[in-house]
Design a protein around this ligand. Structure first.
Ligand code: NAP
Length: 253
């Protein structure tokens, strides 16, 4: 990967959520424009080699900084180095963003109900979308569903509450629905496809999937994306192709 395709950016902050989950912010160069939901390619020098990985942007397109949410992949060449990141370090940022998990991709059905379904670090693009006023003006109802294994992995909950208070003021149609799969005491603890097939997820949201009005975005574990897509199709929803259809997806790794 030619190094000229990258700019060098400084680490401004690092926040550790758990032993293997952390977020960091980088300086944002003026040329780096993106839409909420897109990802950046970040490079790290490992010896002489530039190792590059894709990361969805957490921050809004209007932020001065770029924020990212990462898991430490055991023995991963990239994240096992990245986890030692400190303020002041430098990372490489590819100059252009990528990805089609953006609300602009939807033409039909017209926007009305938006379901954002994430597992783990797949939450990132949805935090970006929720910090864009366009999302709140387009959709009458927004359901953010976030599945993690344990309570301690529920990162960004306070931030979600702040976003809902700031952007959702007077909106009234936002629900945050956490799912904690390895905690039998959690209000919702089955995997997303099970919750969809049983109707439990809709019950928790107080809403139903409707092929004529619903947009659903999935991001996270690739197996979750496949299984959830199948469960949604069984409920009559269709994949979004060339602008039409209900379901848009992004595998996170
Ligand atoms: P995860 O295994 O993806 O689990 C997060 C949530 O997704 C849990 O609630 C889990 O439920 C659920 N889930 C898993 N498979 C599912 C499926 N087929 N259908 C529905 N829900 C499903 O955990 P993670 O901590 O976010 O990631 C685990 C591993 O993935 C990491 O250790 C890493 O190796 C890899 N990963 C790699 C990257 C990368 O960029 N290379 C990024 C993220 C993660 P259960 O509790 O029932 O499993």
């Amino acid at each position: 990967m030619p190094i000229e395709k990258f700019s060098r950016e400084k680490v401004l902050s690092v926040h550790r959520w758990t032993g293997n989950l952390f977020s960091f912010t980088l300086t944002r160069p003026a040329h780096f424009k993106f839409s909420a939901g897109q990802f950046a390619r970040i490079g790290l020098k490992v010896g002489d080699e530039l190792v590059v990985r894709a990361y969805s942007v957490v921050s809004s397109p209007f932020d001065e900084k770029l924020e990212f949410f990462s898991i430490v992949v055991p023995d991963g060449a990239f994240t096992s180095n990245l986890q030692h990141l400190k303020v002041g370090d430098e990372l490489y940022l590819e100059k252009i963003p990528y990805g089609f998990l953006t609300l602009a991709r939807y033409q039909l059905p017209l926007p009305q109900d938006l379901w954002l379904l994430a597992t783990g670090t797949g939450l990132a693009p949805f935090i970006s979308m929720l910090q864009d006023f366009d999302t709140w003006t387009k959709y009458a109802r927004i359901y953010l569903v976030y599945s993690v294994r344990t309570q301690s992995e529920l990162a960004y909950v306070e931030r979600i509450q702040q976003i809902a208070a700031t952007f959702g003021e007077g909106h009234g149609g936002f629900r945050f629905i956490p799912v904690v799969t390895r905690d039998p005491d959690a209000a919702l603890h089955e995997r997303l496809p099970v919750l969809i097939s049983s109707g439990e997820l809709e019950q928790a949201a107080g809403a139903e999937f409707n092929p004529a009005t619903t947009h659903v975005m999935l991001c996270g574990n690739p197996q979750m994306v496949d299984d959830t897509r199948a469960a949604l199709k069984a409920r009559g929803l269709s994949m979004n192709r060339r602008g039409e259809g209900n379901i848009a997806v992004e595998n996170y790794w």
